[in-house]
Ligand binder design. Structure first.
Ligand code: AMP
Ligand code: MG
Length: 366
């Protein structure tokens, strides 16, 4: 986001600790991932809001006329919605609803908020359609590999531990009852991590809150996951940048124009650590119980719902540019895979991706 002011310094109390062990610095992403083009005379009607949530930064840009009081209302609505999503879904907050559910070590039903049930239902859909590549019950493995609230482990888990924790994994272990407003586990040890979908969900909820306030033209971004509501008021689409999967330089790989669409990006380059010659990426392949192999790849998914874009981007990262591409093709998912190789970046987009974005332009190939 080249033209917005820098976000304020994060409040330590609300930051999680994962940044200490990973290179996934969302603040940098904020700068590199979104490229928001403004007409030069629009400054007076464009309003930016930035802050911290879910261990990362958020930014909102509204193209509209707001009074000072209107700005305050918008600021409060955004922050309280994101605080609420965090209170419900963070695994870094031991008091969150999700953390309470994770400690609920029985198969008895757990009374859950509508929001938690909704996110779990969307997660379930992505799990089913990706044949379990996306699976929020990888939580214990995420922790064991050092990408959870506990931070980096002394050493990588051995096969015995992987097998033991892997036995708890399986999206069908979480059973939703929408009528009763409950969620249950089929085994008491099952635990859930919503980090792969909650940011996108937060974006969707903020966007619908802003729509309820009568706003029709805005961008909402949380940790790089983004939704464009409407077009800009001059009728042109919102232009956003997709970052190349380069750990050294956070360069914009391509730009694309969005109207009423969300985009989310996942990749092995975003958050990982190196240990004894191996590189551990923060995305776990539920089939092996191990992090995906680092290959310098990213997947961006465009979808109407940012939560679904977020979930699918993670699912397709697990599967990688070949199997993931084939699945995206079969499922009609709008996906762009960007791969890094010694001679530069190259990419592959599904037909649905090219249909959903207005203009797609590759900016750099190296
Ligand atoms: P994202 O950055 O949206 O791709 O989400 C990555 C985060 O989701 C990781 O840091 C984990 O907390 C969690 N996660 C890792 N692997 C999976 C998976 N296979 N399915 C669902 N969530 C995962
Ligand atoms: Mg995701």
């Amino acid at each position: 986001m080249t033209s917005a002011p820098n976000p304020p310094l994060p409040t330590p109390a609300r930051l999680d600790r994962r940044s200490a062990t990973t290179l996934g610095v969302a603040l940098l992403l904020l700068v590199a991932l979104t490229l928001w083009r403004l007409p030069s005379d629009a400054a007076a009607t464009v309003h930016d809001f930035v802050g911290m949530t879910m261990g990362t930064s958020f930014s909102v840009r509204i193209d509209g006329d707001l009074t000072a009081a209107g700005r305050e209302t918008v600021r409060d609505v955004i922050q309280s919605r994101l605080d609420r999503v965090e209170e419900l879904m963070s695994t870094y907050d031991s008091a969150s609803e999700l953390s309470r559910f994770n400690r609920h070590d029985t198969t008895d039903p757990f009374a859950a908020s509508g929001a938690l049930l909704d996110v779990l239902a969307m997660a379930r859909e992505v799990s089913e359609r990706s044949d379990g590549a996306f699976d929020v019950t990888v939580a214990a493995l995420v922790d064991a590999w050092g990408f959870g609230p506990g931070g980096r482990p002394e050493r990588a888990p051995d096969q015995t531990l992987i097998d033991e924790l892997g036995a708890r994994v399986g999206y069908e272990r979480i059973v939703l009852d929408h009528d009763a407003g409950t969620v249950s586990k089929t085994i008491p040890e099952a635990v859930v991590d919503l980090s792969a979908i909650a940011k996108g969900y937060g974006v969707d909820r903020v966007a619908s809150d802003l729509e309820e306030l009568g706003l029709t033209s805005f961008l909402v971004e949380v940790g790089g996951e983004l939704k464009a509501a409407g077009a800009k008021r001059d009728g042109t689409p919102w232009r956003v940048g997709v970052e190349g999967p380069d750990v050294a330089a956070r360069a914009v790989y391509a730009t694309l124009d969005l109207v009423d669409q969300a985009i989310a990006t996942s990749g092995d380059y975003r958050s990982f650590y190196d240990e004894e010659g191996a590189r551990y990426a923060h995305i776990i392949d539920p089939r092996s119980g191990r992090p995906i192999r680092y290959a310098g790849a990213s997947v961006s998914v465009v979808h109407r719902d940012c939560a679904m874009a977020d979930g699918w981007a993670t699912a397709l990262s697990v599967l990688g540019p070949e199997d993931g591409y084939d699945l995206a093709l079969r499922e009609g998912i709008a996906a762009l895979f960007v791969m890094q190789s010694p001679d530069g970046f190259h990419s592959r987009a599904t037909p649905a991706f090219l249909e959903r974005v207005d203009t797609y332009t590759e900016v750099v190939t190296r």
